[in-house]
Design a protein around this ligand. Structure first.
Ligand SMILES: [Zn+2]
Length: 453
């Protein structure tokens, strides 16, 4: 048995002191019984299991890479059949492991678990088939820029399957779907499935009235809410906050999330869910206020920030997504894709604009030198614009590509969120590929360390 700190103990300490003790999202693939008849396998994502007289009810199947480990961990706790498997939503780290659940039933000659989810999970699966290569590509970029161990533990966190398609064939379609709510009654226990939009449009949170327990899926993730993701479809900040308020109004005393730590005790639940809701409501209100005043997106993203009293909370750390991206998604939700700059309504190709600037400046080197200067001063947003323009005007210019790789590595190490790190690392790698070099991981780590000093 490992010497892993009990998740409830760890969570209580973090919430009670307000001091982070990372990693909060642990990928251990070990089962912990957090209370009588309720267990969690902390993985990517977690699987929650409840014992009933008619077998186990499981919430989420974890990912394709971890499903087998999760089932094995469950089997170390209970040999009962898995009666039902609820998907909190259709992201692959929650459904990817379902194949292992089905295989387990087959191997034991038992009835397969009944898979239950919100009806929009099926639409999501259709979308994944339509955009399979796109999804494989963006997830590689999203998760490629950071050492997984940094935040999420030790297991590899490939989101997709290992086959040729993003959605593995082994993923089970839900057999029962619902629209607003669904009452699941199994072996003397009742679970109310509630739909809410937040990180996704197909989200379910499960309510156990008798035990005042919420199985929250990704409504609670122990990092800043993933309502902004730059590479993904629309997210719903205000409805996310509403779902959290609903959980509080129902009287939740325990919240069991799909990532991060269990939250046990009414006061702690109020603190964490209240903070999350407040942050999302604040970003929404501030963005809408500026939109209603006629502001452009440019002005909004540089003016709206999470208030200090919330931004340093361990459960709101921008380590995965970040508030700036959430603001963009709020703008997109209520305002569409145009940012308000008329020149960008029907823009010239970026390369033409870049060539025009270079001809005005006299040479690409002027741009590159200035980009380096700005980077040195830590003005990375500006530096990136200039160096991007340099390679846009002359993609075969090795000096420009080298500067671009350098500046994006520096930018990557200055960022905290996995999403920014991933995109900036991908940009650096893209430039490196043009001159056939690749910064090795160690050297990269050195550069990251230096930039932190
Ligand atoms: Zn997730």
């Amino acid at each position: 048995m490992s010497e892993t700190v009990d998740p409830v103990e760890l969570s209580n300490r973090i919430i009670d002191t307000g001091n982070p003790e990372p990693p909060h999202n642990r990928v251990l693939d070990e089962l912990v019984e957090v209370e009588d008849e309720v267990a969690v396998v902390e993985s990517f994502s977690h699987c929650w299991a409840v014992k009933t007289q008619e077998g186990l009810v499981c919430v989420d199947a974890s990912g394709a890479g971890s499903g087998e480990n999760v089932v094995e961990a469950l089997r170390g706790w209970s040999k009962d059949p898995i009666n039902s498997l609820v998907y909190t939503h259709g992201h692959l780290d929650h459904v990817g492991g379902s194949g292992a659940f089905i295989e387990d039933a087959e191997a034991r000659s038992e009835k397969k678990p009944v898979v239950i989810a919100h009806e929009a999970v099926l639409d999501r699966f259709d979308r994944y088939r339509l955009t399979s290569d796109w999804n494989t590509f963006i997830n590689k970029r999203q998760f490629g820029g950071i050492t997984p161990r940094a935040e999420v533990g030790t297991t590899r966190i490939g989101i997709g399957g290992f086959g040729s398609t993003f959605l593995p064939d082994s993923v089970a379609d839900p057999e029962i779907t619902y629209r607003d709510s669904y009452l699941l009654e199994v072996g003397g226990k009742s679970f109310e499935l509630n739909h809410g939009r937040g990180e996704t449009d197909d989200h379910t949170w499960v309510w156990d009235e008798e035990n005042k327990t919420v199985f929250a899926g990704d409504f609670v993730i122990w990092t800043f809410p993933n309502a902004g993701n730059p590479q993904k479809v629309q997210r719903y900040a205000l409805e996310w906050a509403q779902a959290l308020r609903d959980m509080l109004d129902r009287g939740a005393e325990k919240v069991y999330p799909a990532h991060g730590l269990p939250i046990v005790g009414r006061k702690r639940v109020e603190t964490v869910l209240g903070d999350m809701a407040e942050a999302l409501e604040y970003l929404t209100d501030s963005t809408l206020e500026l939109m209603n005043a006629g502001a452009r997106l440019d002005e909004i993203i540089h003016e709206v920030f999470v208030p200090d009293h919330l931004s340093e909370k361990p459960w709101l750390a921008p380590l995965y997504d970040e508030p700036e991206f959430v603001v963009r998604n709020i703008y997109r939700l209520y305002g569409g894709w145009w940012d308000g700059d008329p020149s960008r309504l029907k823009p010239a190709p970026d390369s033409l604009l870049a060539k025009e600037m270079v001809s005005l400046l006299g040479s690409v080197e002027v741009l590159v030198d200035r980009a380096d200067e700005l980077a040195e001063k830590g003005e990375l947003r500006l530096a990136c614009h200039l160096v991007e323009m340099a390679v846009q005007s002359e993609p075969s210019h090795e000096g420009a590509q080298r500067a671009r790789a350098r500046i994006y590595w520096q930018r990557r190490s200055a960022e905290r969120s996995l999403m920014s790190k991933g995109i900036f690392a991908a940009a650096a790698r893209e430039s490196e590929a043009t001159y056939g070099e690749r910064t090795p991981r160690m050297k990269m780590r050195e550069a990251v360390r230096k930039s932190m000093q």
